[in-house]
Design a protein around this ligand. Structure first.
Ligand code: SF4
Ligand code: MG
Length: 314
């Protein structure tokens, strides 16, 4: 993604000047094959919109998306449909995502049929492989979604996403609805499958704990902007942006972790009404005059790291 911006009009144009919700503002990021880029931030920070733009499900207002070095084809063109196979979305609400009248086997076979992959016999074989790959047995294939646990349903969603052999998987809060122990199982499964298949993963979550566990790189978003990005270990060990510091300090204590908790006052401000200057200034414990007046640019901090904060020495 290169300098992506996406805004949504609000209300009716009949009443005064139109207001816009700026969901994503100048975001650039990469996902490498076989690697995971994690996006973390509170709800409303634009992370889901960023994921949808990466998949070509939504066009950006400006900026460009390259997939394997080429611009994404126009949505709904023939070329785009062919390319959709390569890029799959996994998201949170698995009961709503699965048609409850279909068996697990039929659900996993569906994307194969949609993309015209294989004949019925080979699809059956592939479904068995996929079930096995996500840790389910052939017996599960005969069941319906409501007969499964949340974790099992998430495995079915994964098998469906993997069926067309994608090279990029965008996971939007894939485990947020699950219990902690089941979360760990699904996340580990995802990481194993990634290793095995060499998938590029864009992993989106509000939960830095999970993002840290899966990601090679972490992108921290706040109100539609990237405030910090870099290698996951560097971000966690030495968060440079005050917002990242607050997120890291809120994670359950780790050996050698922060010994003070930086509390964030207030709720995240609404993306319809963004503060001027640094968007984080109303909640930032270090804010000063310059922060209220000018927007900090995302600037390099070392070779693989970028931070947007007036107080960080670049
Ligand atoms: Fe805080 Fe100012 Fe840095 Fe924004 S620019 S994060 S308000 S110190
Ligand atoms: Mg979201």
């Amino acid at each position: 993604l290169n300098n992506i911006t996406r805004r949504f009009p609000l209300g009716s144009p009949l009443y005064g000047p139109r207001k816009y919700l700026v969901a994503v503002d100048g975001v650039s990021l990469d996902v490498e094959m076989g690697r995971t880029t994690g996006i973390v931030g509170e709800s409303g920070c634009g992370k889901s919109t960023t994921g949808r733009i990466a998949l070509g499900l939504e066009p950006p207002d400006s900026g460009g998306v390259l997939f394997q070095g080429l611009p994404l084809p126009r949505i709904d063109s023939k070329k785009w449909r062919a390319q959709r196979r390569q890029m799959q979305l996994v998201f949170q609400d698995t009961l709503a995502a699965l048609d409850r009248r279909m068996t697990v086997s039929a659900l996993i076979a569906e994307p194969l049929a949609i993309h015209g992959i294989g004949d019925p016999a080979s699809r059956k074989q592939r479904v068995a492989e996929l079930l096995h790959g996500v840790g389910l047995g052939e017996g599960h294939g005969m069941l319906y979604p409501h007969q499964l646990s949340g974790g099992q349903r998430q495995r079915v969603v994964l098998a469906r996403a993997l069926a067309p052999k994608p090279s990029l998987l965008v996971c939007d809060e894939p485990v947020s609805a699950l219990d902690l122990s089941v979360q760990a199982q699904i996340v580990n499964l995802l990481m194993d499958l990634q290793q095995e298949l060499g998938l590029g993963l864009l992993f989106i979550s509000h939960d830095l704990r999970v993002v840290r566990h899966v990601s090679d790189r972490i992108v921290v978003m706040y109100l539609g902007r990237v405030v910090e990005q870099g290698r996951a270990d560097a971000i966690i060990d030495q968060p440079a942006h005050p917002y990242t510091q607050a997120l890291v300090s809120a994670m359950p204590r780790l050996p050698g972790g922060f010994d003070h908790y930086v509390a964030l006052p207030g709720e995240p401000p609404s993306p319809t009404d963004r503060p001027c200057g640094c968007p984080f200034h109303p909640r930032c414990p270090l804010a000063r005059d310059v922060c209220r007046q000018s927007l900090p640019e995302l600037l390099p901090l070392g070779p693989e790291r970028q931070v947007a904060c007036h107080l960080v020495r670049h």
